[in-house]
Design a protein around this ligand. Structure first.
Ligand code: CMP
Length: 141
């Protein structure tokens, strides 16, 4: 069993899509082992996305991720990291609508930045991201 971190970003939360997104993951067979609603501070968002600190979109990404509440969850399942990435679709929501029209980003995202959800892209990133957001006490066994 593998665990991955998913964040419903401010655009999708604002649209009221959180329930539909959670329901999609449940219907795909994942188990929720942690869940919370919060708003990132600038420092927290910078730290969460530290791997992107030298990218040209870093500032825009941090501004967007602090623009409103988010819902973070840890999902557990077989091959969870790869499967969740497949279900959310490509980073750019416009591309997602062309190549993966049933993906979460195709259904709820706008573009490359406002793309509805984040999900860990590797075992290493999941190992950084899960404890960044959740303490052990906030995860069920
Ligand atoms: P996410 O899965 O949260 O991981 C990093 C994020 O950076 C990505 O989704 C996008 O929201 C954002 N991102 C990637 N490329 C760009 C870009 N060219 N312009 C703006 N944001 C981007």
């Amino acid at each position: 069993m593998e665990r991955t971190l998913v964040i419903v970003k401010p655009d999708a939360f604002e649209k009221g899509a959180t329930g539909k997104i959670i329901d999609r993951f449940l219907s795909e067979g994942f188990r929720i082992v942690a869940l919370k609603l919060f708003r990132f501070t600038t420092e927290q968002a910078k730290g969460f996305y530290i791997v992107h600190k030298d990218r040209p979109f870093y500032r825009e990404l941090v501004e967007f991720m602090t623009s409103g509440p988010v819902v973070a969850m840890v999902l557990e399942g077989e091959d969870a990291i790869r499967r969740v990435r497949e279900i959310i679709g490509p980073t750019d929501s416009e591309e997602a609508r062309r190549v993966a029209p049933n993906s979460i980003r195709a259904l709820f995202g706008t573009d490359k930045g406002k793309n509805a959800v984040h999900a860990s892209d590797s075992v290493e990133s999941a190992q950084y991201e899960i404890p960044f957001i959740f303490s052990r006490l906030e995860m069920v066994e």
